[in-house]
Design a protein around this ligand. Sequence first.
Ligand SMILES: *Cc1c(COP(=O)(O)O)cnc(C)c1O
Length: 253
Amino acid sequence: MTQSLNSSNPAAAQANSIDDFKQNLASVRSRIDAAARKAGRDPASIRLLPVSKTVPEDRLRLAIAAGMDFLGENKVQEVARKAELLADIPGLKFSVIGSLQTNKAKFVAKYADEFQALDNLRQAEALQRRLEVEDRQLDVFVQVNTSDEESKSGLAPDDVREFVNQLPQFDRLHVKGLMTLALFSDDSEAVRACFVRLRELRDSLRESVPAEMSIEELSMGMSGDFELAIAEGATVVRVGQGIFGARALPVAG
Ligand SMILES: *Cc1c(COP(=O)(O)O)cnc(C)c1O
């Protein structure tokens, strides 16, 4: 029988105290470590990015007190709002993991330390210009559409090489690797195929990317499928509901 993935309920119980958050975090982290060891990989090579979208300020403060200091958000305005609300917390960082309209690049440049959904040159240009204004730098991942779904953002795998080759001109952007959202499906083999595609693309790009660039990172896997993603080489997993509890709204691709 096919292993059931995303549609099974991957959400943790709603966390409402610092201890709840510590427990949920430790439980996800130990599943990550176990999946890494099973795949013969070093657990320390896998970063857990907690995804705090829709989580309000009071619960975020508990999560931060439980040790989370780098948070993933899919909406730029939500990052801007939360960064202002939580400005009293030293060292807190945000990663923007959702698609970005060019006219909102200024918010990413001002508030984010990482952007995982880069997929067009106008976006890169707008980010570079705004980062110069803010005198900041930004780590970026190129988003790839590995499921061939029209609704998903990201570049087609065949277009990534040419795109990446144009990125060195944007010296405020530091390319780290590739990011994808797998097919939302029960069929673990169809989900796995998306992860395999991203890894194989990274492996083939390694040979051809500009010398000063490194694209080693693979950001793939969410609450419902991060163990599978780790088996296929994920170096960053983005986990929301598995830490924060179920969200009311479904994930938009
Ligand atoms: C919401 C989201 C996640 C996390 O999804 P969960 O099911 O809550 O783990 C990961 N990546 C992206 C791009 C998202 O928008």
